[in-house]
Ligand binder design. Sequence first.
Ligand code: ADP
Ligand code: MG
Length: 665
Amino acid sequence: MITLDKVKGVGPKSKMLLGKLGIEDVESLVSHYPFRYEKIVRSDLSKAEELDKVIIDGKVDSAPILIRLKGNLNKMNIRVVTSVGKVVGVSIFNRAFLKNSLTVGTSITVFGKYERSKNIVLASEIRLGLLPKGAKIESVYHGTAGLSSKNVATFINNALMQYGSVITDYIPKEYIEKYDFLNKKTALNIVHNPSTMEKLKKATIRLKYEELFLFMTKINYLKIKNQNIKNGMEKDYKKEELDKLISSLPFELTSDQNKVLEEILEDLKSKKRMNRLLQGDVGSGKTIISILALYANYLSGYQGALMVPTEILANQHMETVSKILKDTDCKIELLVGSLTKKEKDSIHEKLKNHEIDIVIGTHALIQDDVEYDNLGLVITDEQHRFGVMQRTNLKNKGSMPDVLYMSATPIPRTYALTIYGDMDISIIESLPKGRKPITTYLKSNKDTKEIFEMMYKELEEGHQIYVIAPLIEESETLDLTTVNELKDKMEGAFGSKYNIGVVHGKLSGKDKDKIMDQFAKNKIQILISTTVIEVGVDVPNTTMIVIFDANRFGLSTLHQLRGRVGRSNLESKCILISDTDAERLKVMTKTNNGFEISEEDFKLRGHGDLFGTRQSGDMTFKIANVKEDYKILLQAKKDSMKFLESTKEEDIKLRYQIISSIKDA
Ligand code: ADP
Ligand code: MG
């Protein structure tokens, strides 16, 4: 690692400012790529219209006149004869310090706007020297207060001059030859100082490939490493026992469910430690798969844990699992944050003594004081809600238990490869038979009457309804619909005939449970809620969800919320209410397909929000864009695998460098 203070021009202050941009050493400095390029073309002013942006060059033709303005402001006027022989006035604000260098005859380049009517260029920048021949491309960098794009450029170019040839190139020699790549120094020089778009493209591809190759090598290394972990848990159970449970289910598994179950059971039986992601859109039936896996694990004599992001979901899973396993000897307990210390202690004790076979809970499962007798399988539901740290913690609870992650956030395939590249992936593609597509309506606040009529009709048919609002109570700063306000409204409209319940994050765990339980038993017909019911909640008799201020939510959240209905063979409806943002929300009315929706969401928001911490840090690319550069990614993936399987003699050192830099290794 070469430190920044070795770079010419970088003192303690600039070092600190560069730090703000995430630049810590020479390597990260030279990979601080321009965020855009500006084409610099000399104008002869003949075609420039009033206030067009122009760049001219020429010689100073009159001594600068400095005019003091109010405050500390000043303005300077000069006359310039351009290189095409035109005389033009140039004015610039607050550059008094340039006065002495702009003597008559000095060559300068002026950037600014042309005031045609006055024949004056209002300059934003004056540089010494003429423009070089031909068009030039200028790099524009993200800077920070006190550090301009130009400062950054200077430091980068100094660093390249001093250290360009010793910066690590992460592409193995065999691939540099194979693809005829530029060497790293040349590529960096071009990307920072491109002379033509063509050369820029060539250099960019090379740097993208390098970045993706490095990334995939790390991911593939982790994957191989994981595959080589033999956890010694070759789970062995009586298949008849499992089959018996499967045939007792109130429905038949879909062929996709059978397929993914088979993949999971294979992992359990093998010596290899499972590290698998089970992906399936909302309502595709992942829960039953997790229960069957936990049961097989139990039959093999191991304990299992099911971790979920919310208490509501933990409770619901507790109910479901208990119901499905009621005729077995499997002992199941719930471990959530809202239990008393005494209750928790008792469960901890029983986990240690193997008096519990399956524990279901929130992150209370992974607190440091939780010990297991022989934890064999860990499943996390709604995986995207957990950070990497939490997951790692859980993994370490047993001596290498099998791990299954479940997620309904459909990740476009392009991203899945990078984000979950180190895992095996099982996908449930189709929903259970008989499901009818949910019809989604986009309404505005003035349609309340119509919406209430639709709700009334639904209730009359004996179905239930979710009503979602972004806030619990009035806020001074946000003019949004609140749960409390909706409660009054709904009471007024439906209260005489139907029961209305409210849940939100501020209720205690017990209160939430009570309401959810009443809703599940249809003692409550309308459930008003914040997004606490976003994930996982499963009450199939609910056929309508009404979402107020829908514009406040991301598309993926809306898709999750909508997934609370359409969970049976009844027709379901989703009503989005918003007076703005129709363009974006319209996507929801067009498709029920989670993949398409998350593609849209990715386009709009980038992938940052969706996956918690996993993608931050290692997951942010500086030059590559997983979506646009998917082909390069696939090639890099293939190459990196080959590289890891058989590294050429000349690249052994590189291999060592890469692998020793993996944080999780
Ligand atoms: P998700 O994948 O969103 O977690 P769930 O596991 O909650 O979905 O399943 C949604 C609903 O579908 C539940 O009510 C569940 O009982 C039901 N279900 C699951 N599998 C099937 C199936 N094969 N046939 C019919 N219904 C099913
Ligand atoms: Mg679920």
